[in-house]
Design a protein around this ligand. Structure first.
Ligand SMILES: [Zn+2]
Length: 407
């Protein structure tokens, strides 16, 4: 398996020569990357090498002794299949949205008709009184909860410290783990974790658009604790360092691993904070730090909870747009109407869809699959210790999205 793992890593690095977004992180031997840059294999050569790798993995005997060893075999096989699909896509093969998400992320998002979202919008209607389209009223309402730019750093530092301490209460993190935060502009995403290896992450926060107070905890949890930073650090500690599994030194963005990564990062927010805990922390610490009216925290999070139920609207917009049913402007308009995404942010989201395509399902479907999986193993919200234990075990293992399906 170690030879197969090395071939996989080298293939991912080689594909990175054709696809700038593909290699999201790499901290394995520098000479492997140098070789990929030097050899610059063609897509055709890469496709053949991927097929040989898949065939060779299929000949490896399953392990009955150690569940992790068998998960490793299945994980490598599925990751290699996703790699072969990405090569074909770069060669010009067109897949439907659902075919693509199945091939790349090992999952298909459910579809919802417009009426499903309209019912949620009808519930929002009386919460946001006034004239004009609902999305404009929502945007105006949210305007009262923007963190002033000069306070961003302090607010984020406080959120990160709280998320870290809550995570450390339940998860043993490797000594010396840390991350740095940078504020950047002109990106299609709102936040990004670049894992560096050595238990360090660089987290970038995009300040193109106003940042609302809820982003502090969402980003601190999602990108940091117990999200991407913790996930990458635990994989490095338990799989790379303890077991010597080199395939985890590379992170192929368009692969099943991303559903686990985004799903755990989003679900991690509610693992770290119950609704009441979060409201108390927002009211007592973050709102005052941001200079916002803490008396309105409850009202703000009630409205956001409703808007959050529109999360699957983002998948619908992407599916219809990428399947060619609607154009970019119509996708942005649909997002404004059904996902409560203000026009400028909707424009940013369509750029994200152009760049990352069916990756969008990893956030909301990923969260729901991870939540169901953890809960099916007893990790319900009334049993926080079990939930944290199962969550940390998932973050430390190579489980596939299809392996999250509950029995
Ligand atoms: Zn993420």
């Amino acid at each position: 398996m170690d030879t197969i793992a090395e071939r996989y890593v080298r293939l991912v690095l080689a594909l990175g020569q054709h696809d700038a977004d593909y290699v999201d992180a790499y901290y394995g031997p520098p000479e492997w990357r140098a070789a990929a840059e030097r050899d610059r294999m063609s897509l055709e050569q890469l496709g053949e090498a991927a097929d040989r790798l898949i065939a060779d993995i299929a000949r490896v005997q399953p392990s009955n002794e150690d569940e992790l060893v068998d998960l490793r075999r299945r994980y490598l096989s599925r990751q290699a299949e996703a790699l072969a699909t990405r090569i074909r896509m770069l060669e010009g093969v067109r897949l439907t949205f659902d075919e693509e998400s199945q091939a790349l992320y090992d999952a298909v998002a459910p579809t919802h008709p417009d009426e499903y979202f309209q019912e949620i919008l009808d519930e929002l209607e009386p919460r946001l009184p006034g004239d004009g389209p609902l999305v404009e009223r929502f945007d105006a309402f949210r305007g009262d909860f923007v963190v002033p730019p000069e306070r961003l750093s302090e607010v984020f530092d406080a959120a990160i410290a709280e998320c870290r301490s809550r995570t450390l209460d339940h998860v043993a993190l490797p000594a010396g783990e840390s991350f740095t935060v940078e504020f950047v502009t002109d990106k299609s995403w709102s936040g990004y974790n670049w894992y560096q290896g050595g238990f360090r992450s660089l987290i970038q926060v995009n300040t193109d658009l106003p940042i609302h107070i809820d982003r502090a905890i969402d980003l601190a949890c999602h990108e940091g604790y117990p999200g991407h930073h913790v996930y990458n650090a635990l994989l490095e500690q338990h799989l790379v360092r303890e077991r010597g599994w080199r395939e985890f030194t590379v992170y192929a963005l368009f692969s099943p691993q991303s559903l686990i990564a985004e799903g755990t990062a989003n679900y991690g927010i509610e693992v770290a904070f119950s609704d009441d805990d979060r409201l108390a922390f927002e009211r007592n610490v973050l709102f005052p730090l941001a200079g916002l009216d803490a008396a309105r925290a409850d009202e703000y999070y009630e409205v956001l909870a409703l808007v959050d139920r529109l999360a699957y609207a983002g998948n619908e917009a992407a599916r219809r747009y990428l399947d060619g049913e609607i154009d970019r402007a119509a996708a942005a308009a649909w997002l404004s109407r059904y996902a409560m995404t203000p026009p400028l942010r909707a424009e940013q989201r369509t750029r994200f869809i152009d760049q990352y395509r069916s990756y969008v399902i990893n956030y909301n479907l990923g969260k729901d699959l991870v939540k169901q999986y953890i809960e099916s193993r007893g990790g319900t919200s009334d049993r926080p210790d079990v939930r944290w234990r199962e969550f940390a075990a998932l973050l430390s293992s190579p489980r596939l999205p299809s392996g999250l399906a509950t029995r």
